[in-house]
Design a protein around this ligand. Structure first.
Ligand code: ADP
Ligand code: 5GP
Length: 206
């Protein structure tokens, strides 16, 4: 099982994932590679692997990515090796990727994937959050707001929708989804069940 989260920049994906991951031990954040420069407080190898354009080109040429895309003038990608490492450790990878990468991952993994689209409660609140974060230049905020309307157009491709109004409630919804998904019959090994329709043997009754 893999978890995919997408939503417009500023919807609260990072805050939401930070809370979720401290509460769900089996979930592991998939650290993406990016050509974007680090923001204040971001740690290389924890938030992203920050690389040069040349290094990103090399990784693309080496077919190292499950998916990659250009988002707001920078490139971002999920490494195959990152997912393999997490799955081999018995953990569930959580991917925070944009809608272009999200669609690639949805097409690739099908039913193994739990896809979630995170909405802000309103456009006005999205703008307020982007400005409040104050990590981007004014021009970048404008570009992110314009992109947000386009990104929401992809929400139909995702199985679950969560509105990040109250953060705790949004995280509680996500935890409920993880529990439900882990109980899906497809996630169990096949059991030696009788074929459908065969009646119980009356001799088994007391
Ligand atoms: P994203 O990762 O989607 O770009 P962030 O997690 O960086 O978004 O959140 C953008 C801003 O909104 C941050 O300043 C964050 O503290 C704030 N924020 C996130 N979730 C909520 C929420 N539920 N209520 C109020 N503010 C929020
Ligand atoms: P930010 O620069 O705000 O951290 O992220 C900008 C956008 O890039 C967000 O929508 C985020 O989901 C997306 N993103 C982060 N990592 C990846 C990735 O590995 N692949 C893709 N396609 N998008 C990513």
């Amino acid at each position: 099982m893999l978890v995919l989260i997408s939503g417009p920049s500023g919807a609260g994906k990072s805050s939401f994932l930070r809370e979720l991951l401290t509460r769900e031990e089996r979930l592991t954040f998939s650290v993406s590679v990016t050509t974007r420069p680090p923001r204040a407080g971001e740690v290389d190898g924890t938030d992203y692997r920050f690389v040069t354009d040349t290094e990103f080109d090399r990784l693309v040429a080496a077919d190292a990515f499950v998916e990659w895309a250009t988002v707001h003038d920078n490139r971002y990608g999920t490494l195959k090796e990152e997912l393999d490492r997490t799955i081999n450790a018995g953990q569930i990878p959580v991917l925070d990727v944009d809608v272009q990468g999200g669609v690639q991952v949805i097409d690739l993994f099908g039913d193994e994937l739990v896809s979630v689209f995170l909405f802000p409660p309103s456009w006005a609140e999205l703008e307020r959050r982007l400005r409040h974060r104050s990590s981007d230049a004014e021009s970048a905020i404008g570009r992110r707001l314009a992109n947000a309307r386009w990104e929401v157009g992809f929400a139909d491709r995702y199985r679950y929708w969560i509105v990040n109004d109250d953060l705790d409630e949004a995280v509680a919804s996500m935890r409920a989804i993880v529990v439900a998904e882990r109980c899906r019959r497809e996630r169990y090994a096949t059991l030696p069940l009788p074929p459908p329709g065969s009646p119980p043997d009356p001799g088994d009754n007391p």
